[in-house]
Design a protein around this ligand. Structure first.
Ligand code: AHR
Length: 533
C-alpha cells in the first residue's frame, strides 16, 4: 500500500504520480486493501490550461492527404476538407493543433504550400521519403483550424530554413497589409491576417535523424535569432524552444541546458517528446503490461527533470521568467515504426492500431499531464488522424481507435482547476524499476462555473476489480452527470472498420452519493465520473 506524502502535508508533491515518483519517493505504508482518493476543493494544483489537451497533424503518411484533406471525395466539402473528420474533431473540441511537423518541418519551404494550387511544386519530402504535392499548406491549415475550432501551433523550419524566412512567415500570417509578405498573402486571396500566436522553433533538433541537426549551442543561437526576428514582426508571439526529443537521448538534459543558456530570455516554453512501447526494445516494457501501464509515471519524471533544468538556467541567469513546458509529442508508438514512404504520395505510414492496454495507458498520460498542470501548458497527442492517431479514415468513412476514448473524455470533462488529490492505494512491484507502482492512478478537475468535479481513474490491476473510496472534504456531490468506463477481458483487443465498437466505453453504474462514495473499478480499466455539487 502506498500513501502519498502530500497527504502528510508535503505540499511540494502533487498527485498520485508524485506518489509514484520514480518511482515512489516519499511514500509510507499502510494495510487496507481499499484504495482511497481524498478530494478537497481547496487543494488546487493549478488552473488547467486546455491546451494540454492538444494534438498534432503532420505532413506524414495519410494524416493530411486522405485524412483531413481529400478533394474529390464524396465526404469532402468544396475546400477538399473531409467533413466527417472535421465534424469529429470539432465535436471532440481539440483546443490546439500542431502543424506541419514533426520531422517534415525541418526540410519544408512554406512558400511551396501557398498561392495558386496549380502553381505549387510537387517536391520530395526527405524526412519521410514521400512525394509532397503541396496542395494543402499554411492557409488551408489555418482555415481548417478555424472551422475545427482549434488554435494553430505552427512549427518552423530550423533545419534547412532561416530565421529570415521564419520571420517572413510571421509577416505573411500576422500583418494586415502593406508589406512584402502580408501583401503576398492578400494576393493569394486572404485579406484578413491569421494572427497565429504560438510557434515551435524547429523540431527535435537534437536528433541525428533531423534534417539540419546541429549542436545545442548552435541551435540555441539560431532559435534566439529566429525568436528575435519574429518578435520584431509581432511582439505578441509565444515561442517554444526545442528540448530533448526524449529521455533516451545521450544528450538528454545537457542539450536542454546548453541551448537554453543561449536563448532563455527570448523563449516562453520548451518542448518535450516521448513515445512509449510495450516491445522488447531498450525502452519497452517487453510485453509486461503491468510495467507498461506505469509508464505515465516516467512521463512525470521527464517533466520534473526538464523543469529542473529550466529552473537551473533561470537561477543562473537571475531571470524572473519561468518557462512552461510543451509536451508536444506523446503517445504509444512501437509497432509501425518504418518511416519510408517509398516516394509515394500519401503512403500508409505509422498507422498504428491501438488496443485496450494502449488506451488505458493513454488515460494514465492524461492523468499525468493534468497533475503537472502547474508546469505543462501545452501538450499534443501525436497525432490526430491516421498516423499514430485516435481517428482512422478510409475513402468511405472513419472509425475511433481505442485511444480515442480517454482522450475525448478529458476533452469533454476536464476543465477548471486541477485538484491535488491525496491517493492512498495498494501497489505492486514493477520489473526493472526500483520502486512500486500504485494500482490506482487518479486525477481530478473542479470547475467552479459549472460546479462540477471530474474524476479520472486508471486501475492498473490486470486481475482484480479494486474498491476505491472517494472521501469528499468540504464538498458533497449531489448528482452524477457522466460516468463511463473503458475495460475488457482482452488487453490486445482493437477496433477496425469491420468491428469499430469492439473496444468501446460502457456505462459505469453511477455510485451512491454521500460523504464517502464507494466505487468498484473493474480490473484493467479507465473510468471517468463527473459529479455536480
Ligand atoms: O510523430 C512522428 C514523428 O516522431 C515526428 O515527425 C517527429 O518529431 C518524432 O520523432
Amino acid at each position: 500500500m502506498t500513501t502519498r506524502r502530500t497527504f502528510l502535508k508535503q505540499a511540494s508533491l502533487t498527485g498520485t504520480a508524485l506518489a509514484a515518483s520514480r518511482f515512489f519517493g516519499g511514500i509510507v505504508s499502510a494495510q487496507s486493501p481499499v484504495a482511497r482518493i481524498y478530494v478537497d476543493p481547496m487543494q488546487k494544483i493549478a488552473p488547467l490550461d486546455r491546451k494540454i489537451l492538444g494534438s498534432f497533424i503532420e505532413h506524414l503518411g495519410r494524416s493530411v492527404y486522405g485524412g483531413i484533406y481529400e478533394p474529390g471525395s464524396k465526404l469532402s466539402d468544396a475546400n477538399g476538407f473531409r467533413k466527417d473528420v472535421l465534424e469529429e474533431i470539432k465535436k471532440m473540441g481539440v483546443p490546439i493543433i500542431r502543424y506541419p511537423g514533426g520531422n517534415f518541418v525541418s526540410g519544408y519551404n512554406w512558400l511551396d504550400g501557398v498561392g495558386p494550387k496549380d502553381k505549387r511544386p510537387v517536391v520530395l519530402d526527405k524526412a519521410w521519403n514521400t512525394i509532397e504535392p503541396n496542395q494543402f499548406g499554411t492557409n488551408e491549415f489555418l482555415q481548417w483550424c478555424r472551422m475545427a475550432g482549434a488554435e494553430p501551433l505552427l512549427g518552423l523550419n530550423l533545419g534547412t530554413g532561416t530565421p529570415e524566412m521564419a520571420a517572413a512567415l510571421v509577416e505573411y500570417c500576422n500583418i494586415e497589409k502593406g508589406t512584402k509578405w502580408s501583401d503576398l498573402r492578400r494576393q493569394h486571396g486572404i485579406e484578413k491576417q491569421h494572427n497565429v500566436k504560438s510557434w515551435c522553433l524547429g523540431n527535435e533538433m537534437d536528433g541525428s535523424w533531423q534534417i539540419g541537426h546541429m549542436p545545442a549551442r548552435e541551435y540555441g543561437l539560431k532559435a534566439r535569432d529566429c525568436a528575435n526576428q519574429m518578435r520584431m514582426v509581432d511582439p505578441t508571439l509565444q515561442f517554444i524552444a526545442c528540448g530533448s526529443s526524449g529521455p533516451g537521448m545521450q544528450t538528454y538534459l545537457e542539450w536542454d541546458r546548453e541551448m537554453l543558456e543561449e536563448c532563455y530570455d527570448l523563449v516562453h516554453g520548451i518542448s518535450l517528446h516521448c513515445y512509449y512501447r510495450n516491445d522488447n526494445q531498450e525502452t519497452g516494457a517487453n510485453g509486461d503490461t503491468s510495467k507498461f501501464l506505469a509508464f505515465n509515471l516516467e512521463m512525470e519524471q521527464q517533466i520534473a527533470e526538464v523543469a529542473a533544468v529550466c529552473d537551473y538556467v533561470r537561477a543562473r541567469k537571475h531571470s524572473r521568467k519561468r518557462l512552461w513546458l510543451s509536451f508536444d509529442e506523446w503517445n504509444v508508438w512501437y509497432r509501425q515504426r518504418g518511416g519510408d514512404g517509398k516516394r509515394q504520395p500519401a503512403p500508409h505510414l505509422l498507422e498504428e492500431v491501438y488496443n485496450l492496454e494502449d488506451a488505458l495507458l493513454v488515460g494514465g498520460f492524461l492523468n499525468s499531464l493534468m497533475r503537472r498542470a502547474d508546469r505543462v501548458r501545452v501538450a499534443c497527442l501525436a497525432q490526430l488522424v491516421n498516423v499514430i492517431a485516435p481517428i482512422t479514415t478510409n475513402p468511405d468513412g472513419l472509425f475511433r481507435q481505442t485511444i480515442y476514448y480517454p482522450y475525448s473524455w478529458a476533452l469533454q470533462c476536464a476543465r477548471g482547476n486541477v485538484l491535488d488529490l491525496a491517493v492512498d492505494s495498494p501497489d505492486y512491484s514493477v520489473r526493472g524499476m526500483d520502486s512500486r507502482a500504485p494500482y490506482i492512478d487518479a486525477s481530478a478537475t473542479l470547475d467552479g462555473d459549472s460546479r462540477t468535479i471530474s474524476l479520472f481513474i486508471l486501475n492498473r490491476d490486470l486481475e482484480k476489480a479494486r474498491d476505491v473510496e472517494v472521501v469528499w472534504r468540504d464538498v458533497l456531490p449531489q448528482r452524477v452527470l457522466f460516468s463511463q468506463v473503458l475495460t475488457g477481458q482482452d488487453l490486445k483487443a482493437v477496433n477496425s472498420f469491420e468491428n469499430p465498437k469492439k473496444v468501446s466505453p460502457q456505462l459505469f453504474e453511477p455510485p451512491k452519493l454521500g460523504p464517502r462514495t464507494l466505487l468498484q473499478l473493474p480490473a484493467r480499466s479507465y473510468t471517468v465520473i463527473q459529479f455536480a455539487s
